[in-house]
Write a protein that binds this ligand. Structure first.
Ligand code: ADP
Length: 199
């Protein structure tokens, strides 16, 4: 599902090569844990895999698309939840999901069902500006599920969550894998990595 061959990357204007000859494969339906100390290049790698950074050396294929030749249709089948939620603060939880759903050409999941999945049904009409960090994290997570992505990129999905909600999140991740989703998980939490990841 993901093939990375001899990936090297240097940020424009920088003399430091951040990624050096990186190669790995991720099979369909696998939960792959991407671990490493701060500054190792995890976010940079994820940005390349998401099609956000161009100008790399090597080859990167995600869901059958060579990212040097990608177009916007690539985003119909991938989901991304960054560590820092990017949501519209002046819209409610439900309005955020409806807005993001409108960006897709493919059928999307029912926003109310997604809110229920992470315990936010009662907060559906609350403005996101009034949400706690954990509530934003949960909304940001289900936002990434709107398009039923074949590949899901998660960056620290349990950061800022209480133990009960962290458990709920991990159960959802395991369920998604059972349904066949390929998951690229970036984390510092070794417990999460040990429990969720196959490699
Ligand atoms: P990680 O996610 O593993 O903490 P990053 O991919 O964020 O690592 O960073 C890897 C290296 O790339 C660091 O040395 C960082 O300073 C550098 N870097 C990150 N973003 C930029 C940028 N936009 N321009 C130049 N250097 C960057």
């Amino acid at each position: 599902m993901i093939q990375v061959r001899n990936l090297s990357y240097t940020y424009p204007g920088s003399s430091v090569q951040v990624l050096k000859d990186l190669s790995f494969d991720i099979q369909s339906g696998e939960i792959f844990g991407f671990l490493g100390p701060s500054g190792a290049g995890k976010s940079t790698t994820q940005k390349v895999l998401n099609g956000l950074l161009k100008g790399y050396d090597g080859s990167v294929t995600v869901n059958g698309t060579d990212l040097q030749k990608m177009d916007r249709s690539f985003y119909e089948d991938i989901g991304v939840a960054f560590e820092f939620p990017n949501l519209y603060l002046k819209l409610s939880a439900l309005e955020n999901l409806h807005l993001f759903a409108s960006f897709f050409n493919t059928p999307t999941r029912d926003p109310e069902e997604l809110l229920a999945m992470v315990g936010l049904s009662e907060d559906r009409d609350t403005l996101v500006s009034a949400f706690s960090k954990g509530m934003k994290m949960r909304l940001n997570f289900v936002r990434a599920l709107l398009n039923n992505p074949k590949v899901l990129f998660l960056d620290e999905p349990t950061a800022g969550l209480d133990p009960a909600n962290a458990r709920k999140m991990k159960d959802i991740i395991l369920d998604l894998q059972k349904e066949g989703t390929t998951i690229f998980l970036t984390t510092h939490h070794m417990d999460d990595a040990g429990e969720l990841c196959e490699r």
